[in-house]
Design a protein around this ligand. Sequence first.
Ligand code: ATR
Length: 271
Amino acid sequence: MSDKYAVLGNPVKHSISPQIHAEFARQTGQDISYEKLEVPLDGFAEFIASLHKKGYKGMNVTLPFKEQAFQLSESLSAAAEHAGAVNTLIRTPTGWRGDNTDGVGLVRDLTKNLSIKLKQKKILILGAGGAVRGVLEPILREGPEHIHIANRTAEKAIALAEKFKQLGTVIGTGLDGSFEDPYDLIINGTAASIKGIVPTIPDGLLKPDGAAYDMFYAKEPTAFVEWAKQQGAAIATDGFGMLIEQAAESFYLWRLKRPDTKKLLNQFLTN
Ligand code: ATR
């Protein structure tokens, strides 16, 4: 019988993770099944316990359960510890080990697929919620000159910057904070994209050869991508590549096989 995997969320019906993992399994010759399962909002702990009993080998966890998955994991990777959230559960004999592949996924899409260097670059990140916390450590490991976190609620940006300051130069401000530099890269990690809203920041914050990246993705260009194009961004892209790369890293953690993500990206983009 195939080894069983699933993505857990609520809602989860729009997830394309089953297609992504089916393609990874085909590419690498792995015999797995991968379903999407909608979990009751008040029943995450029982749900993952029952999947353990049923023999599942691993799960992806999406909104709104990433923090609960963190709390319920028997052990945690360093990435999950930094993120304070878990998007990948790996079966152990007695429970689940928690990992987080979101940050690695973002950094791989930026550096590998888009050839954007982060070393000694000035980076502005919009938002200070779980999505941003999840990617800070891997970005800082690339050695940027500094990261400026700007958030609607300034206190959250300041607190997040404080938490990560031992890993590099990170400052936190409100969206009206003092933006001293034009930036090489602006990343949108706010939930505003879901509503088609772009956080209000001054014009001219992006260098002429700068890049803009929306961690959110949609079939149509997101409001942030449109905004970035108007700002003259050399590269303006949504987070579809991040989705594929974080999935590939989860697949690797479960199967110890690396799928060819470029092939899959091209396949999806041409369909
Ligand atoms: P997630 O886990 O997806 O990051 P979250 O923790 O609720 O979700 O964080 C959402 C982020 O989007 C926050 O930074 C939030 O700003 P606040 O901290 O001020 O709430 C930001 N956000 C959501 N809607 C926004 C909007 N309309 N304009 C600007 N920022 C917005």
